[in-house]
Ligand binder design. Structure first.
Ligand code: SAM
Length: 256
């Protein structure tokens, strides 16, 4: 086919857009709000729902956030999550004694930094890896504070991602929050299954991401996994976002 006449695929256009995005610095000092709290306090979902806006939320999808949270957007860690969903999800993680963490799609670092800081109030992680196709300004600074953390700037659809997983062998928990497109999400899940004990997904109930909802329904029907959902909504919006957590039954058995 004539290369000049060829139209870019949806995937190619999306990746071009992503590579045009610029990373923003985040305020790592906000992590102290997690580090100074007793572990028992952090295990309470309601406490986390209140704490997350204080850590700072992202402002790139402001219309999806309720007006009451707008004052927290574009601040601090720039977490791109709904506190009413992410709070109960993190509280569940607090009960799982997570050993290592990989987040696929970290943007400014928000949810990755908050998750790692919270998990480490319960147990030091063996390692934590943030993965994104675009650079993340916060990660170099954070690695200097937390040497167990590293950033891998790569495409989840490349052989480099498989090599990264092979290097670690097993990752206890993975959070997939990347391109939000059905085929990519399905491929990411398939790539992770041999390596991950627990896999969480973002946007399982987002009206704009029907493909992720479809993949999530497929996963819920698989044998050998126990699934949890965190999909509460703010009145008058969405439905947006939504987190699903799939845990291998063999991993749950270890908890007793
Ligand atoms: C919604 S943002 C992540 C938000 C972040 N988890 C948070 O809550 O603060 C999605 C990220 O996925 C990344 N991404 C999309 N496709 C990717 C791919 N194929 N490989 C790696 N990262 C990808 C984008 O660059 C973007 O930074």
């Amino acid at each position: 086919m004539d290369e000049v006449a060829r139209q870019p695929s949806v995937q190619e256009s999306a990746w071009r857009l992503l590579k045009g995005l610029r990373p923003r610095a985040v305020d790592l000092a906000r992590l102290a709000l997690i580090q100074q709290q007793p572990a028992e306090w952090l295990a309470q979902p309601d406490h986390l729902v209140t704490l997350l806006p204080q850590l700072g939320l992202n402002d790139e999808g402001l219309a999806e956030f309720p007006p009451a949270l707008h004052g927290s957007c574009g601040q601090g860690l720039r977490i791109w999550q709904y506190p009413i969903q992410f709070g109960p999800y993190l509280a569940q993680l607090a009960r799982l004694q997570v050993r290592s963490y990989l987040e696929l799609g970290i943007r400014h670092g928000g949810s990755y930094l908050a998750t790692v800081a919270l998990l480490e109030r319960f147990r030091p992680l063996d390692f934590a890896v943030g993965v994104d196709i675009i650079p993340c300004a916060a990660m170099t600074e954070y690695q200097a504070i937390n040497p167990r953390s590293r950033f891998a700037c790569l495409n989840s659809q490349s052989a480099e991602f498989t090599a990264l997983l092979q290097q670690y062998g097993t990752v206890d928990l993975v959070f997939i929050d990347s391109h939000h497109e059905e085929n990519q999400c399905r491929r990411e899940f398939a790539a992770l299954v041999p390596y991950a004990n627990m896999i969480a997904f973002h946007d399982i109930s987002n009206i704009g991401c029907p493909g992720i909802a479809k993949v999530w329904q497929e996963i819920k029907a698989l044998p050998g996994w126990t699934c949890h959902e965190y999909t509460e909504q703010y009145p008058g919006l969405g439905p947006y976002m939504g987190i699903g957590l799939a845990i291998k039954n063999s991993r749950l058995d270890e908890l007793g």
